[in-house]
Design a protein around this ligand. Structure first.
Ligand SMILES: *Cc1c(COP(=O)(O)O)cnc(C)c1O
Length: 324
């Protein structure tokens, strides 16, 4: 089913799964494991690489020569899109929220290094500006392909359907029954794809998204629609309801990209027990949520819990002052 879909190789797969024995011991909870989608290899990697393997193939099918996408200033998705474009012989245009920051570090530095053209949208609607940029590029003779926020449409989410199949196979060879998968959820492509992949592959453990920015009552309907549309796109008749998704929105803190004490603790704890870097915006927040759930006794000592690391490492550098 997936094998028939056009796909461009961009990353290193399967990404490794390994145990986190020192973090587990420190927390006194379940056996913790991590799946390293921060190591997909595309200009440091991250979860968007999996989505982009399908999105870039679709762009190439349409004879596009430029990828356009949108995001926050420190968007990991924008950086991976620009890197995917470079690797595929395409140009890239990024529409980022706000104005150019004085310190061009983290993902913004990498955007520039991989050759992206950056358009600063100020406070305007990102999709509206992206539409204008597309027209501008066409007027220049370019053939743009528009990728939505987070790459979260049925084509992009297909990357995480494939990822779940990859994980199920790895769990089988490791001979570990994973009771739960925990990860950062935001624009929904990752969670929709994982949920669809779980249904297809018969994974019955928890698939728990820790929301970094949306309330569950906002995100879940989007996940239902995206997972159902993705099923249709890949050619299976599966449909979804709200019961197919577990979203925890108790860790939104001060809002999107606002670093708080829980994220600070999670970043230092992972780094100092395992040499594992989690980021200030997504994985640090999701890990802080997982740590809190473990402390509250949500998981039993004999359970296996997998933290699906979705990337974000470059953003650490943009928060250097706040992390010191
Ligand atoms: C985009 C992103 C996410 C969220 O993935 P969605 O598919 O948008 O829900 C999580 N972690 C990192 C590091 C990301 O860049």
């Amino acid at each position: 089913m997936l094998a028939a879909l056009p796909r461009t190789a961009l990353g290193f797969f399967p990404t490794p799964i390994h145990a986190l024995p020192h973090l587990s011991a420190r927390l006194g909870g379940p056996a913790l494991w991590v799946k390293r989608d921060d190591q997909t290899g595309l200009a440091t990697g991250g979860n968007k690489t999996r989505k982009l393997e399908f999105l870039v193939a679709a762009a190439l099918d349409q004879q596009a020569d430029t990828l356009i996408t949108v995001g926050a200033p420190q968007s990991n998705h924008a950086r991976q899109t620009a890197a995917a474009a470079a690797k595929s012989g395409l140009k890239s245009a990024l529409v980022l929220r706000g104005t150019p920051p004085a310190d061009r570090t983290g993902n913004i530095l990498l955007d520039d290094l991989v050759g992206a053209e950056i358009f600063w949208a100020g406070t305007r609607n990102l999709d509206e500006v992206a539409g204008e940029v597309a027209e501008e590029l066409k007027a220049r003779g370019q053939r743009p392909y528009l990728i939505p926020l987070g790459g979260s449409n049925p084509i992009g989410a297909t990357g995480y359907v494939a990822a779940m199949a990859e994980f199920i196979e790895q769990a089988r060879s490791l001979e570990v029954k994973f009771d739960a998968i925990v990860f950062a959820t935001s624009s929904g492509g990752t969670q929709s794809g994982l949920a669809l992949g779980a249904k297809l592959g018969g994974y019955t453990g928890r698939v728990l998204g820790i929301s970094v920015d949306h309330r569950a009552n906002h995100l879940v309907p989007l996940l239902v629609d995206l997972a159902t549309a993705t099923a249709q796109y890949i050619g299976t008749p599966l449909t979804f309801t709200a019961n197919d998704f577990e979203v925890n929105d108790h860790y939104l803190g001060g809002g999107y990209a606002v670093l708080g004490e829980p994220e600070r603790e999670a970043i230092r704890l992972c780094a100092q027990t395992e040499g594992l870097l989690v980021d200030p915006v997504y994985t640090g927040r999701a890990m802080a949520g997982l740590i809190d759930l473990i402390r509250k006794g949500e998981f039993m000592a004999e359970q296996n819990v997998l933290f699906w690391h979705t990337g974000g490492t470059p953003a650490l550098f943009a928060y250097a002052a706040q992390l010191a």
